[in-house]
Ligand binder design. Structure first.
Ligand code: GDP
Ligand code: ZN
Length: 459
């Protein structure tokens, strides 16, 4: 199924003078163009696919020789675009390349748009979108490491992982559809409950793994971003000061004084960590504070790790839980501050309210427990393994994955609340579609356009 009727052509090598220069042509007219402008040195009946031929490019009307070349024809579907592709390897003169290109245009090809060869490879299903993006990343790589990741992405690892995740969701959706189609009949339907752990293990876990790989790679490259959150007066500024081991943030006992966000760079075991002391985080009607609060949430969204500070000398409040609700998808360490005072919070209650969060006791006032906290932060960010993950999603993929997590949480919620299969099925479809954006199955035309427009002409 050809994606388009027309034939595209472009100079595939960079502008300027070079040893050789290549004109690449793809589409239905390729054989015809080759026949008209290429004169092989030894006469042949036709061009064999994937064979190099030596000869001349000639003007089809006056037979004038334009250049001495090597050509290779790659017949569909065994080519980059899955269409017939002709590559003409000329001498690397911009003038020669221009003439050869113009000849092919005269014979019915049109000038390719940026990335159009790769776009055709994608539209013919030879590459998924993440692989097409990898081609771009390979071309644009500035370091060997970037190149290595892009090359791995081109192998399709990400696409395969996404496929496994979507297969599980598809199976679930099929299961739901049976429940929808035969509501009254006595069809053996496994209880939905059985699906919760599968969604947890086969969908959420791998997605979170991909996101962790992203932030780990970012952390190793640029250092981590950490946010300190908690209701007013729990000791966030005091903690930041402890971590900085110097008095930079303003510490005060009046709630909500830390209006603006102070950013500092910590150094834990040689790892740079940018810390935002995110003001108060309480709901406020005061305009100035509201701005601070808004920016605080933005910072938290960016953070690789969040310290949720709780004041143990006061009972656990609604506000603590509200803050937790907002950040629960982040990587959190629960910091129990003011442990020098008599505790008013039962640790069992904490374990129940904040499932499985690592807990560190500190006293910011007396500088106790800070070393332990630093160790926990470090291990949390890097784990035992401080090597780069084997492959990492790009920023676009990361954003899609985050949306997918939201959709999957809605699925879980619908299941836990016992909503009818029809509702759950809608959410599952949504999650499937979101994940499909990574491989390009459900990606909007705008995003495709944007991705391919970043390519150069001829790629
Ligand atoms: P923030 O609003 O969360 O930034 O809290 P601050 O750091 O401004 O601290 C609020 C109050 O709690 C100040 O009076 C601090 O001295 C006090 N405080 C902070 N940490 C501790 C601690 O570990 N123990 C005790 N007893 N008081 C603390
Ligand atoms: Zn503060």
């Amino acid at each position: 199924m050809p994606y388009s009727e027309d034939t595209i052509a472009a100079i595939a090598t960079p502008p300027g003078v070079g040893g050789i220069g290549i004109v690449r042509i793809s589409g239905p007219l390729v054989e015809e163009i080759a026949r008209r402008i290429f004169r092989p040195k030894k006469p042949i009946s036709h061009l064999k696919s994937h064979h190099f031929y030596y000869g001349h490019i000639i003007h089809p009307e006056n037979e004038e020789i334009i250049d001495e070349v090597m050509v290779v024809l790659m017949r569909a579907p065994h080519s980059y675009t899955c269409e017939d592709v002709l590559e003409i390897h000329c001498h690397g003169s911009p003038l020669v390349l221009k003439q050869v290109l113009e000849l092919s245009l005269k014979l019915g090809a049109r000038l390719a748009e940026p990335g159009e060869f790769t776009k055709r490879a994608f539209l013919h299903g030879r590459l998924d979108l993440s692989q097409a993006e990898a081609v771009l990343n390979i071309i644009q790589a500035r370091t060997e490491r970037e190149l290595q990741f892009a090359t791995r992405q081109l192998q399709g690892y990400l696409g395969q992982e996404i496929k496994r995740i979507r297969d599980c969701l598809r199976e679930f959706k099929a299961h739901l559809e049976v429940a929808i189609d035969f509501p009254e009949e006595e069809v053996e339907i496994a209880p939905l409950d059985a699906w919760l752990p599968r969604i947890e293990n086969q969908v959420l876990k791998p997605i979170k793994g991909l996101l962790q790989a992203y932030s780990k790679a970012r952390v190793l490259r640029e250092g981590a971003i950490m946010a300190i959150v908690g209701k007013p007066n729990v000791g966030k500024s005091s903690l930041l000061n402890c971590l900085l081991k110097e008095d930079k943030a303003i510490v005060t006992s009046i709630p909500g004084t830390t209006r603006d966000i102070i950013e500092e760079v910590l150094n834990i075991n040689g790892m740079p960590i940018r810390v935002a002391d995110t003001a108060g985080l309480r709901k406020t009607k005061h305009a100035i504070e509201a701005i601070g609060v808004e920016r605080a949430w933005e910072k938290i969204a960016e953070a690789d790790i969040v310290l949720l500070v709780i004041d143990v000398s006061r009972p656990l409040g609604k506000e603590d839980k509200e803050i937790y609700e907002k950040i629960k998808e982040k990587d959190i360490i629960l910091v129990l501050n003011k442990s020098d005072l008599t505790p008013k919070i039962d640790e069992k209650v904490l374990k129940k309210e904040f499932k499985d969060l690592p807990i560190v006791h500190i006293s910011a006032l007396y500088g106790q427990g800070i070393e332990k906290l630093e160790k926990t932060i470090y291990h949390h960010l890097l784990g035992r393994d401080v090597s780069m993950p084997s492959f990492i999603p790009t920023l676009r993929h990361k954003q899609v994955l985050e949306r997918a997590i939201e959709a999957i949480n809605r699925i879980k919620e619908a299941m836990v609340n016992g909503l009818p299969a029809v509702f759950i099925s809608v959410e599952v479809k949504e999650a499937l579609d979101i994940l499909g954006e990574i491989v390009g199955e459900t990606t909007s035309e705008d995003i495709l356009e944007y991705i391919f427009s970043q390519f150069c002409i001829g790629k």
